[in-house]
Design a binder for this molecule. Sequence first.
Ligand SMILES: *Cc1c(COP(=O)(O)O)cnc(C)c1O
Length: 428
Amino acid sequence: MSKNQALFERAQRVIPGGVNSPVRAFRAVGGTPRFITRGDGAYIFDAEGQRYIDYIGSWGPMILGHGHPAVLEAVTKAAQEGFSFGAPTEREIELAEEILKLVPSMEQVRLVSSGTEATMSAIRLARGATGRSKFIKFEGCYHGHTDALLVKAGSGLATFGHPTSAGVPAEVAQHTLVLEFNHLAQLEEAFALHGKELACVIIEPIAGNMNFVRTQTAYMKRLRELCTEHGALLVMDEVMTGFRVGLHSAQGHYASLIPGFKPDISVFGKVIGGGMPLAAFGASRDIMKHLAPLGGVYQAGTLSGNPVATACGLATLREIQKPGFFEDLSAKTRRLVDGLAAVAKDNGVPFSVDCQGGMFGFFLMDQLPQEYQTVMTTDKERFNRFFHAMLDAGVYLAPALYEAGFVSAAHSEADIQATLDAARQALR
Ligand SMILES: *Cc1c(COP(=O)(O)O)cnc(C)c1O
């Protein structure tokens, strides 16, 4: 038995499914998950000493690669000063100031420890601020594992949803309206029927939990208009896209396409913690005043704004603001996806690609899908064969066809080339 297999067996005895987050178990692609012992730059190493070029980057946070010296130094220093105090620290102000400087739609921000916590709190805030209960989410968008967000579409258009997880009472899902992504007529209908009862609409601007699907610009524009007309808040879940697709995140990208565009509430995670447990949600002062201790919307956390996590996040955010950072990252990511598309074309494999900043997606189909159902028509067997062939060649892609990929600043041209060489073999 290999060392990874032995660890997986041992893990399954004491941890359900052997993992602390389901997708790590490789259930979608089959095979044995690799137990990682360390990371270095663009690489991770497993328990057998095998090296992989890492295109997951902890599902997004590791935008600088593993063990960036400036981040390591900041974290080491913070750890020596103390792990947690349960009292305010100056570093929380610094991180809040840094985030607000880069995200002009927000005037205040609250720090929490995970994306799930941040989206859950954002929904509560939207409900508290509007005094309304219902909200819209989209099929294929993931916003963490909060009860009211683990909901799939109901049976008809603009009907309320059903839980996707056991343990979520139907009553908890009954205020969640689930719509098809990028489907304008459905959106219009939902607002016509329920607009005045909607607290908010929550959306992943570039959906990274169904691989990589952009909100169409016209759709985003209309969504913003409908929210404003009906007094519903637009909640942009940038946990994945935040500081990953560009310095001003996905909302900055849409603001460059739609004059005056901004969300009402924004949610961040992943990159802002640089690999440490840290997330945030923020909005205008007018909305944030509803939050405790100022207002009646309760929200709290023992480890919120943790001194070591904030040090890690701050150091990461400072690095990504250096001149040319996103230009380099974007160009590299573009070279990777264009190269993959070219290799696929040479081999007659249907393939489409997209990317923004350091985030990318590829589909084993001729055209980029625009919503979840089409994403899920991907040839799963072919994807799984490709995934395992790449893994065997030392390239670590996300172990499911509905996940996005991530390039870091540490990936070199040689890493990209090695990846394309592996893909050429794998697609042959
Ligand atoms: C990862 C993710 C979350 C959940 O964040 P966790 O830190 O895993 O709880 C929420 N929304 C989006 C868009 C995400 O990608």
